[in-house]
Every structure is written in structure tokens, then in C-alpha cells.
Design a protein around this ligand. Structure first.
Ligand code: DX5
Ligand code: ZN
Length: 223
């Protein structure tokens, strides 16, 4: 199974965001991950539908999906705007939605692929019931809210556990995405535990090396 690699733009240079997204896709990123924060579910405010819409033509050029990670309260209120803006995947937090099933169904009705995610301290049993309804489960391997944090070592067992749950329930086609603190030194561990989709932010967009060199190093580490 080939692991998909996504570039999180959270630490990109926003004064030349389009260029940075193009560079990441050209270097081999399979999709662009957008972190939406509302200053309520998490402390900071980041971006909204306008930025999703701005990247839509670039995603179309390259055939790379836009993966939108909503770290916001009452996501149901804003989902139509993100759909309109051109999101391909919308992932919501189990802790943020009052009626997770309705919200997931709303995303699907609007012809977007729904995903569910959970904070590092939220146990997998919280999402057990919703698994058959989603296209993607995102394991947060850092506390949501900031780029550039260190990978929480306990995530590896959580990924492996979710992989077993999906396989046992005949849901192996559900994507298992992991996000937070992933770098060249631990990406192979995350893939081996059972991730099918890996999101990388600060190890792609930083000042240490070019975006293409960074993506090449991550690919090499994946093997
Ligand atoms: C954290 C975000 C992540 C973050 C990943 O709330 O969901 O997508 O940008 O960045 P790194 O790879 O730097 O941890
Ligand atoms: Zn994210």
C-alpha cells in the first residue's frame, strides 16, 4: 500500500501561498491540508473559506485534493461555505459537533468526502459508532491548535489500534490519516503502524531547506 503524503500549509509563507502550494504538489505532495481554527475550539484563528477558494484553481491544475481540517465549534454552521469554496474532504472533530451523524451526513449530501477526527486524549471508542459513515478518520498526533509541535509517542499505538478496528469491521477502505509532528525521522513508524495518509506541516514548509528537498527527504524516509 502506498502512503499518501499531504502538505499542511499552516507554516507556509502566506504572502506567496499559491506558489508554496504549487511547489509542494510539483514535488510530490498528493494533497493540500488546510487547518481551519476559530479561536474557540482552539486558541488561534487561522483561515476560512476564502483561502480554500483561492487554492481551488491550483488544486485543479495539479489534480490534488483540498483536505480541510475544521478545528471549529458548531462546524455544521460553516460546512456549506467550505463546500462552496471547493473543499474535497471535510474533517470535523468529534468533540465539536453536537450531532456527529447529522453533520457527517450533511457533508456527504453536499458531495464532499466526510472525515472525523479526535484530540489525542479522546479515546477511539468515541468514534466507534460513526466509523461506517465516514471516508476518513484523522488521528491527531499532537494537541490541535499549533504547527511545529513534537509527535506524541502514544499516537503510534492509537494508529495501530484504529487500523485493527477498521480491518476487523470490514472498513479497510476508510482512509487512516495522521497529523502532527511528523518528520523524516518518524514518518516510517507512522506508516508502519497503519496510516494510509500522512499530513506534514513544518517539515515541509520551513526555512531549513526547500519544499522539494523536504518532500524528497520524507518520501525517502517512507521507503
Ligand atoms: C495542528 C494541525 C496540523 C499541523 C501540522 O493543529 O492540525 O495540520 O499544521 O503541522 P506539523 O507537521 O508542523 O506538526
Ligand atoms: Zn491539521
Amino acid at each position: 500500500m502506498t502512503t499518501k503524503l499531504g502538505a499542511s500549509i499552516l507554516t507556509a509563507d502566506f504572502s506567496r501561498l499559491g506558489e508554496q502550494a504549487r511547489e509542494a504538489i510539483a514535488a510530490g505532495a498528493d494533497f493540500i491540508h488546510l487547518d481551519v481554527m476559530d479561536g474557540r475550539f482552539v486558541p488561534h484563528i487561522t483561515i476560512g473559506p476564502l483561502v480554500v477558494a483561492a487554492l481551488r484553481p491550483i488544486a485543479d491544475e495539479a489534480g490534488a485534493p483540498l483536505d480541510v481540517h475544521l478545528m471549529i465549534e458548531n462546524p455544521e454552521q460553516h460546512i456549506p461555505d467550505f463546500v462552496e469554496a471547493g473543499a474535497d474532504i471535510i474533517t470535523i472533530h468529534i468533540e465539536a459537533s453536537k450531532n456527529i451523524k447529522n453533520t457527517i451526513q450533511l457533508i456527504r449530501r453536499l458531495n464532499v468526502r466526510p472525515g472525523v477526527t479526535l484530540r489525542p486524549n479522546t479515546p477511539l471508542r468515541a468514534i466507534e459508532e460513526i466509523l461506517p459513515e465516514v471516508d476518513l478518520v484523522l488521528i491527531m498526533s499532537v494537541e490541535p491548535g499549533y504547527g511545529g509541535q513534537s509527535y506524541l509517542p502514544s499516537s503510534t499505538e492509537k494508529i495501530a489500534h484504529l487500523r485493527r478496528m477498521l480491518d476487523e469491521r470490514g472498513l479497510a477502505n476508510v482512509e487512516l490519516e495522521v497529523d502532527g509532528g511528523i518528520k523524516a525521522h518518524n514518518i516510517a513508524e507512522v506508516a508502519a503502524a497503519g496510516a494510509s495518509v500522512i499530513v506534514v506541516g513544518s517539515a515541509v514548509f520551513n526555512h531549513a531547506a526547500s519544499v522539494s528537498d523536504n518532500i524528497a527527504a520524507l518520501r525517502r524516509a517512507l521507503g
